[in-house]
Design a binder for this molecule. Structure first.
Ligand code: OGA
Ligand code: NI
Length: 185
């Protein structure tokens, strides 16, 4: 997963014009997280969600779903189901990469629904920076037309924010920014 995520970081670096090495180097020695999600069947699936709407606060998510569907992404004001394919990964951007790209790559709003028939399992790898790495975009992505959108922070500060102060949703990064600015003033 480390090799795959660093390979994807090379592609993101090329697409942002900062070169192959920039984000690969940034995530060298990363402190990533793996999580197994288990969604039991629910008698009233319309009344609940497996995971409520959120953007992952981490940098990049590589998700494996089993053969049971459940993942949905919010695009063009609608929820779209992502067909499960046990032979494929779903890759999405997290809030920390949104900050690293100065807002160019948007983290993806998603949720998981449940069903009344089958257990569903998913396996998620969350790429996270090494704990002392300062999350700030490269200078080439900042100019007078594109000023800094988010303040400097380290991953443990955002992680703690989402565990102790705020349940991750679609506004995590904006609320975190305000919280951090108040804390530092
Ligand atoms: C997550 C998540 C979705 C899924 O773990 O952050 O969004 O399909 N999981 O299990
Ligand atoms: Ni998620």
């Amino acid at each position: 997963m480390n090799t795959l995520s660093l390979g994807i970081m090379e592609l993101l670096g090329v697409s942002l014009g900062v070169g192959r090495e920039y984000f690969r180097d940034f995530f060298e020695g990363n402190d990533s997280i793996m999580r197994l999600n288990y969604y039991p069947p629910c008698q009233k699936p319309d009344l609940t969600l497996g995971t409520g709407p959120h953007c992952d606060p981490t940098s990049l998510t590589i998700l494996h779903q089993d053969h049971v569907g459940g993942l949905q992404v919010f695009v063009d004001e609608k929820w779209h189901s992502i067909s499960p394919d046990p032979e494929a990964f779903v890759v999405n951007i997290g809030d920390t990469f949104t900050a690293l790209s100065n807002g160019i790559f948007k983290s993806c709003l998603h949720r998981a629904v449940v069903n009344n028939v089958t257990v569903r399992k998913s396996l998620a790898f969350f790429l996270c920076p090494k704990l002392d790495k300062v999350v700030k975009p490269p200078n080439t992505l900042i100019d007078s037309k594109n000023p800094r959108v988010y303040p400097d922070f380290t991953w443990p500060t955002l992680s703690e924010f989402t565990q102790k102060h705020y349940r991750a949703d679609m506004k995590t990064l904006d609320v975190f920014t305000t919280w951090l600015q108040q804390k530092n003033n």
